[in-house]
Design a protein around this ligand. Structure first.
Ligand SMILES: N[C@@H](CCC(=O)N[C@@H](CS)C(=O)NCC(=O)O)C(=O)O
Length: 222
């Protein structure tokens, strides 16, 4: 039996961060779908597991973890890195500057961009009479612009050098979502190159929105 359970929604960018890294590190997990459009994240039972009323939620059943729950994706990524350091997703601790760059890229996506474009925010924008699609397109473009400016001095095959880091796991699903909202990734040459490389990776293909157990039939990858 797998040591981890991931509560996930197929098109959740935050869930995809974890799916990518679990796959990359070769960690097996059970997946429990949570349908965000049906509001399952808001149920009493889900809130009891994750007070943030969101996905992902990672539950560890490693013997000494005893059902330990992490309801924030970046904390879960850091946890996985600490307990499964093989196939690292951060530069070594001896290189504090490199780690700070990767964490800056992570924060551009996870602190500055995704929270203001989330489903619950889109619903509020619509309730105020605005266009949630326009809102998302503009804010995602701003976020990608900042990411590009930082990454251009550090990127190789991926966002930081030639190995996949936490930053890539955060960037890629954000880029998938941005494209869905009509953002032209071509305006960001470094991001476009990195996204192209990431999309070829097996761990990523398995984590893609269109390859999940809860992906609707009409969106499934052929
Ligand atoms: N800071 C949280 C954000 C989680 C989050 O916003 N998840 C989205 C999906 S990507 C969600 O569950 N949205 C449901 C909603 O807005 O009601 C994390 O990184 O885990």
């Amino acid at each position: 039996m797998a040591n981890y359970t991931l509560y996930s929604y197929f098109r959740s960018s935050c869930s995809a961060r974890l799916r990518i890294i679990l796959n990359l590190k070769g960690i097996s997990y059970n997946l429990v779908p949570v349908n965000l459009l049906k509001g399952e994240q808001l149920s009493e039972s889900h809130r009891a597991l994750n007070p943030s009323a969101s996905v992902p939620l990672l539950v560890s059943r490693r013997p000494r973890d005893d059902g330990f729950k992490i309801g924030q994706s970046v904390a879960a990524l850091e946890f996985l890195e600490e307990v499964h350091p093989e196939t690292p997703i951060l530069p070594p601790a001896s290189d504090a500057k490199a780690r700070a760059v990767v964490r800056t890229l992570v924060a551009i996506v996870c602190a500055d961009t995704q929270p203001v474009t989330n489903l619950r925010i889109m619903r509020r924008v619509r309730a105020l009479g605005g266009s949630a699609e326009e809102w998302n397109k503009e804010l995602m473009t701003d976020g990608l612009r900042a990411y590009e400016a930082v990454a251009k001095d550090h990127a190789g095959k991926y966002s930081f050098g030639d190995g996949i880091t936490m930053a890539d796991a955060c960037l890629l699903p954000a880029a998938w979502t941005a494209e869905r909202f009509g953002v032209d990734l071509g305006a960001f040459p470094v991001i476009s190159r990195v996204v192209g490389n990431l999309n070829q990776h097996e761990a990523v293909k398995k984590a893609h929105y269109f390859n999940q157990p809860d992906t609707p039939e009409n969106l499934r990858a052929q």
